[in-house]
Ligand binder design. Structure first.
Ligand SMILES: *Cc1c(COP(=O)(O)O)cnc(C)c1O
Length: 518
């Protein structure tokens, strides 16, 4: 229900009564204002800009021009500023607090990155500019490529994929092109049960059948089961290392050798590269293709400054099939190859242009400011922080696997047995404590998974506070304070949302008169 300012009234029950129990006139709490959607507070007759009347002019729209009102919600400039600033205050962000999302590597994004990305020579250029005017940008792409090849020990890198999943697609398309070029089209891709959902999805999108490989009791790929699944029809195996249980695959070389022995390729999901950057070179492990999430390992996590980038390093065998466009360093200048050369084997083009330039700048700024030794320290500190969390919580929570972890610590819900509290309830109670929840229910190989990745950017004090908060919640759950969890979050702007309903039936468009804000 809305009052006449487009604000929810207390009848909505949405955080509109204060501690003393009385409802405020506005529905707001403290200095946190409540308001409706932009279409509810805006007015199609109002505008924040003053444009001159359009003189008579000829249009070339062939009768396709709009005749009805455009119907955009109009706000004055201060109203528009306030609306979006208020929305931003409802968000949690890496710049507000620890963000323990496992598998996501939500680390601090240094301000230096942002400064570099906004330099006009990098931020204001256009991909269609003459190549002679963007030599610096091409130099930067080439330098970043050099760092990526050096860190991974791989001979080639495709820079244009725009996310991790897009990089997976690039890697598998290169593998498929290589197999087809040798007249050996195959039909199966193996993926461990703990794989990120994007791995089997990518394989399926490329037309492969996905065969899952079970995990061992210690959370790693079952080598015997994998060997049994191998055969002349296996195009590739996709393995994340360190894997999504936060564990290093000890038998990674045996896995690579076994898949190579049957003529298949080893695709490594490199999203967890943060744990081993500067320490282990995937090329030395027998990897044929691996994407690197620049937006995880090299800062700017999701929500921390824009889109992602997923360059893919490739082995000698796969390099000829890399997508266009790519940059080549000539004697004096950099060139951009936009079209496949005669007799070339590139599988084609994945993106309109050269990739995510802003992310390239940020990643290179991050690498250069850390230096090679600093990047190795990133891996050390992220592993140390995760093990500190694991060691400090495993007496009250249930660690899923024995022994130390890499950059993330995996717990399951056995410690909540008989408390009436689920992993989801526990996560919602963390929101009331001012923390973004950890990754839940992933990986699927354990029940009610809680995957915590503190990253290296957190100080000991900050990790200690997180651990203290977690221990407190565990105690409360075990003491039978069930409602505190099942009713949580109590202090957030919105309560429990029907997340499944929202995913299954997304309401993507606001329509007048319909209650889309549910
Ligand atoms: C994040 C992630 C991906 C996908 O990367 P996006 O950039 O989100 O597409 C793939 N695999 C793993 C293990 C990941 O953590």
């Amino acid at each position: 229900m809305m009052n006449n300012q487009g604000r929810p009234t207390s009848a909505d029950g949405a955080a509109s009564t204060n501690e003393t129990g009385f409802a405020s006139y506005t529905g707001s709490r403290g200095l946190s204002q409540v308001e409706g959607l932009i279409y509810e507070i805006g007015d199609t007759n109002r505008t924040g800009v003053d444009l001159p009347e359009v003189e008579d002019f000829d249009n070339y729209l062939g009768g396709m021009e709009r005749t009805a009102e455009i119907g955009l919600a109009g706000l004055t400039e201060p109203e528009a500023m306030r609306h979006y600033t208020r929305l931003s205050r409802k968000n949690y962000a890496i710049d507000l607090g620890l963000y323990p999302l496992g598998s996501c590597t939500m680390k601090h994004n240094p301000r230096l990155n942002e400064k570099m990305a906004r330099l006009s020579g990098l931020g204001d250029i256009h991909p269609l500019q003459p190549v002679s005017t963007v030599q610096g940008a091409l130099d930067l792409i080439d330098t970043l490529a050099h760092w990526l090849k050096t860190l991974t020990g791989m001979p080639a890198v495709a820079m244009s994929p725009k996310a991790g999943a897009h990089g997976e697609l690039c890697g598998l398309m290169a593998i498929r092109a290589a197999l087809e070029a040798s007249g050996d089209a195959r039909s199966i891709v193996l993926a461990p049960e703990s794989a990120h959902g994007t791995n089997p999805a990518t394989a399926a999108l490329c037309g492969y059948k996905v065969k899952p490989i079970p995990a061992t009791k210690d959370g790693r790929v079952d080598l015997d089961a994998m060997k049994e699944a191998l055969g002349p029809d296996v195009a590739a195996i996709m393995v994340t290392n360190p894997n999504t249980c936060g564990l290093f695959e000890r038998e990674i070389i045996e896995i690579a050798d076994a898949v190579h022995a049957v003529g298949g390729y080893f695709y490594c999901d490199g999203a967890n590269f943060n744990a081993i950057v500067g320490k282990v070179r995937p090329g030395d492990l027998g990897v044929d293709a691996m994407h690197i999430n620049l937006h995880k390992t090299f800062s700017t996590p999701h929500g921390g400054g824009g889109p992602g980038a997923g360059p893919v390093v490739l082995s000698e065998a796969l390099a000829p099939f890399a997508p266009i466009p790519y940059v080549i360093a000539g004697e004096e200048t950099f060139e951009l190859v936009e079209h496949e050369v005669d007799g070339g084997q590139s599988f084609g083009r994945m993106t309109a242009f050269h990739g995510q330039m802003g992310m390239f700048v940020r990643a290179l700024a991050y690498m250069m400011s850390h230096g090679a030794d600093g990047l190795a320290k990133v891996a050390e500190d992220s592993v140390l922080n995760a093990n500190y969390v694991l060691a400090s919580l495993k007496d009250v929570m249930t660690a899923s696997f024995e022994g130390p972890c890499m950059h993330e610590a995996l717990f399951d819900d056995r410690f909540l047995k008989d408390t009436g509290v689920s992993t989801l309830d526990f996560a919602k109670a963390m929101i009331d404590e001012g923390y973004h929840p950890m990754t839940m229910y992933f990986p699927l190989v354990v029940h009610g998974a809680m995957l915590i990745e503190p990253t290296e950017s957190e100080s000991k004090q900050s990790v200690d506070q997180f651990i203290g908060m977690m221990r407190h919640l565990v105690e409360r759950a075990k003491a039978g304070e069930t409602e505190r969890f099942t009713g949580a979050p109590f202090n957030a702007p919105m309560k429990r949302l029907d997340e499944t309903g929202a995913a299954r039936n997304p309401v993507l468009r606001w329509r007048a008169g319909e209650d889309a804000a549910e």
